[in-house]
Each structure stands twice: as structure tokens, then as C-alpha cells.
Design a protein around this ligand. Structure first.
Ligand SMILES: Nc1nc2c(c(=O)[nH]1)N[C@H]1C(S)=C(S)[C@@H](COP(=O)(O)O)O[C@H]1N2
Ligand SMILES: [Mo]
Length: 406
């Protein structure tokens, strides 16, 4: 009979080190077996996330922030939401990574290493707002399937890279180009290599904007693996699904890109308002482009207790897709009256803007603070839910926090 193989003492020591206590009977562990305590990867450690981030799904990993976690002007990795449609790619070699530009409307198919991108094109840094199209989905009724994002699927980090426009022009863009589509190295949940988890894109006008980047850095460092290392397309102000992670190919298309999650109800909403729960024909669905005006109170935390007679300084961020936020207001009387907040200019186009106000409460009791942003075209956030749509996209209702004056 063959002798049973047990794990090596060195492996056992590593295991107990990670678990943080002695594994009694550890020497009996069969070789190749991972103790249960080590089978579930800890997403907070794995992705370097703050302990107060919220896990919405583990297959694939999806995590969101809470409003008060997003208080930083520039979102650090620890507080950045994570949205994966597939599995994070493994064993990436950035030295050997290539980006290929192809498609019906490229003059000549061309590939670039990351070193070539850095050496041959001018490098730019922009702070860019990325919000998942499904942020706020959890509030819709009838409910929409998918990750039940509350308000935390938004970030605004600093991205450094080369302009997509410069690279596309270097490869050559034919006159009939209408759209670009990205392809990433992440693995489909089925592990079928012929399937892509997501392959979206944008019309040429968005692809050719100054701020649309092929980024290799986030907040001055290599992009964290889960956020697209070593190369990521960044298209601020549009649904973050346009910002392809782990990008290795961009196709210049002579038609609207038809990759995974470009059709049906994915990232599409009824072109005209429909009644909640109504079925919508495919041809009546439109691709989401610029995200709507929205804001978030990041201080104080909802539930704060305040001493009577003291003024409260509130603050947060506001953004409006391709537009700027031109007015910011708050209400402490459930939207009956609104007071002006001060709002800063964005550090660059497509970056969120910071607002603040000093709030006075007339007496002791329970209050809600509602925040409302208005964009440069005069469109304001709805106080409560906006138009229902099958997948629960674009909920830009006013953010609300509760406070008690005692
Ligand atoms: N390759 C690839 N790119 C992707 C995704 C993905 O699953 N795979 N998810 C998209 C979606 S739906 C969103 S909201 C953002 C999330 O970006 P983040 O995880 O860096 O916050 O990435 C987008 N880019
Ligand atoms: Mo998303």
C-alpha cells in the first residue's frame, strides 16, 4: 500500500502563521489540502480594502464603499469600490504585456508594449470620476437583478497614462470609424477562454477626448491588480463599465461595438420613460452615455449625534458626467426649502467637485440632511427615485443622511 503523504513542516508553519495559532494535529494534514480557514480568501487583505467596505458578491468579487469612507478628495485604493464581471487575471507580466489596436476601421493593426506607450507618447495625469451605472440599484422597485449597490460604487482617483487618441492616431483611424471596443484579460466566470466577461466601449468622440486615457498608474503607483493592472482604459464621467480593466486590445469599429454587455438590458435604459416593471422592446433601449448629476455627503456619517446649539459643517463631492456641477444645495426639512452650499471648481474636467456648508438646526430632535446638485444645463438631482428601468441603472436621487440634535 502506498504511504499517505502529509504536508511538510515548513508548509505547516506557514499555515499556522496565517491562521494565527497552532494547528493541533497539523502534521496529519494530507498533502495538497488547504485548511478551511485558508480556503476563503480575505477580500480585504487580498485587495487592500478598508475593513468597513461592504462585500456584495464573492463570485466575482464586488465591494462598495460607504458614504463616509469616500471623504478623501482623491479616492485611495482602500476605499475604492471594486466591480468585477469575471475573475481577476492571474500571473500578469507587465514587461511582456501588449496592447493591440485592431478592428475594421484601423489603418494598420499595431501592437505596443507598455514601455513603448510610455516612451512614444506624452503622459498625462487626470483625476477622473468613475461611477458604476448600477450605483443606487438597491432602491428600485420592482427590484432589479444584479449587485445591490447602495451609494458606494463611485470613485475619483488620479490616473496617469497616455491619451487613447494619440495611440489610435498612431495606428491610423479610417474615416468610417464610429466606436471603439475594449478587450481585457480577465477570465469569464465559466473559465471558458472563448468567452469574455465584458467588452464594452464608446463612440469615437468620447474615445478621442483629451481625458480618455490608457492608464498605467493610479494615484502615482502601479494600478492595483484588481483595478486593472498593468493597463486600463479610463473614460471618466461615463458608466465605469466603459473603463476596461486589464486591457490588451482595442478595436476601432465601423459600427457600434457589439462585445459582451453592449446589448439587451446591459448598461442600456429605455430611450423614453416607462412605467415601473414594464417590458421594454430591445430597439427601445439606449446605451447609457454621460452619467447624470449626483452628489454624496461624506461628512458627517449618517446617524451622527450633535450637541444642541452648535453649527455643523457638512461636506462631500458632486459630479455630473460630462458636465460641471454649477449649484449645490442642502435641505433639513425633507426638501421643502433648500440652502446653498459652496462648491469648488473641478481640478480638471470630469473630476468630482467638493462642496461644504454650515448647517444650523432650530431645536433638538431628528433631522435628515438631503443634498442636491444641479448641472451646468440646469438639471438637478431628483429628490427620490428617478425613472425605473429594467436593470436599475442611473439612480441619482439626492443622498440623505440622518442626524440627531440632543
Ligand atoms: N476587463 C474588465 N473591465 C471592467 C470590468 C470587468 O469586469 N472587466 N468591470 C467594469 C465595470 S461594470 C465597472 S463599474 C468598473 C469598475 O472598476 P473598479 O473595479 O476599478 O472600481 O470596471 C469596468 N471595467
Ligand atoms: Mo459597473
Amino acid at each position: 500500500m502506498q504511504r499517505r503523504k502529509f504536508i511538510k513542516r515548513a508548509t505547516l508553519a506557514t499555515f499556522s502563521g496565517i491562521i494565527g495559532s497552532e494547528i493541533v494535529y497539523g502534521l496529519n494534514i494530507p498533502q495538497g489540502y488547504r485548511p478551511l480557514a485558508l480556503q476563503e480568501p480575505d477580500p480585504f487583505k487580498l485587495f487592500g480594502k478598508d475593513a468597513e467596505m461592504v462585500v456584495l458578491n464573492d463570485k466575482p468579487w464586488n465591494m462598495e464603499a460607504q458614504a463616509y469612507l469616500l471623504d478623501d478628495r482623491v479616492t485611495p485604493n482602500a476605499k475604492m469600490f471594486l466591480r468585477n464581471n469575471g475573475l481577476v487575471p492571474e500571473n500578469i507580466d507587465a514587461q511582456k504585456w501588449t496592447l493591440t489596436i485592431d478592428g475594421e476601421s484601423v489603418v494598420a493593426k499595431k501592437s505596443y508594449t507598455i514601455q513603448e506607450l510610455k516612451a512614444n507618447f506624452k503622459v498625462f495625469t487626470y483625476q477622473l470620476t468613475l461611477e458604476c451605472g448600477g450605483n443606487g440599484r438597491s432602491e428600485f422597485d420592482p427590484p432589479a437583478k444584479g449587485n445591490q449597490w447602495t451609494i458606494g460604487a463611485v470613485s475619483c482617483a488620479k490616473w496617469t497614462g497616455v491619451r487613447l487618441r494619440d495611440v489610435l492616431e498612431d495606428a491610423g483611424i479610417k474615416d468610417d470609424a464610429v466606436y471603439i471596443g475594449y478587450h481585457g484579460a480577465d477570465i469569464h466566470l465559466s473559465r471558458n477562454p472563448d468567452k469574455e466577461s465584458i467588452s464594452r466601449g464608446a463612440p469615437m468622440a468620447k474615445a478621442l477626448q483629451d481625458e480618455t486615457l490608457l492608464a498605467f498608474q493610479m494615484n502615482g503607483k502601479d494600478i492595483p491588480l484588481a483595478h486593472g493592472y498593468p493597463l486600463r482604459l479610463i473614460a471618466g464621467g461615463w458608466p465605469a463599465s466603459v473603463s476596461g480593466k486589464w486591457v490588451n486590445r482595442i478595436s476601432i469599429r465601423n459600427k457600434v461595438h457589439d462585445g459582451a454587455k453592449m446589448g439587451g438590458t446591459s448598461y442600456r435604459v429605455p430611450c423614453n420613460t416607462v412605467a415601473p416593471g414594464e417590458k421594454v422592446a430591445d430597439e427601445d433601449m439606449c446605451i447609457i452615455e454621460s452619467m447624470p448629476v449626483k452628489s454624496l455627503i461624506t461628512y458627517p456619517k449618517s446617524g451622527a449625534m450633535l450637541p444642541e446649539g452648535k453649527k455643523l459643517n457638512i461636506r462631500g463631492h458632486a459630479w455630473a458626467g460630462e458636465l460641471e456641477v454649477t449649484q449645490m444645495e442642502y435641505s433639513i426639512d425633507f426638501g421643502a426649502t433648500w440652502q446653498i452650499c459652496s462648491i469648488e471648481k473641478p481640478v480638471n474636467r470630469l473630476a468630482w467637485q467638493h462642496f461644504s456648508a454650515e448647517v444650523d438646526f432650530p431645536k433638538k430632535g431628528y433631522y435628515e440632511i438631503w443634498a442636491k446638485a444641479t448641472d451646468s444645463q440646469g438639471v438637478a438631482q431628483p429628490m427620490l427615485l428617478p425613472g425605473w428601468n429594467p436593470k436599475g441603472y442611473l439612480n441619482n436621487a439626492c443622498h440623505r443622511i440622518a442626524v440627531k440634535v440632543t
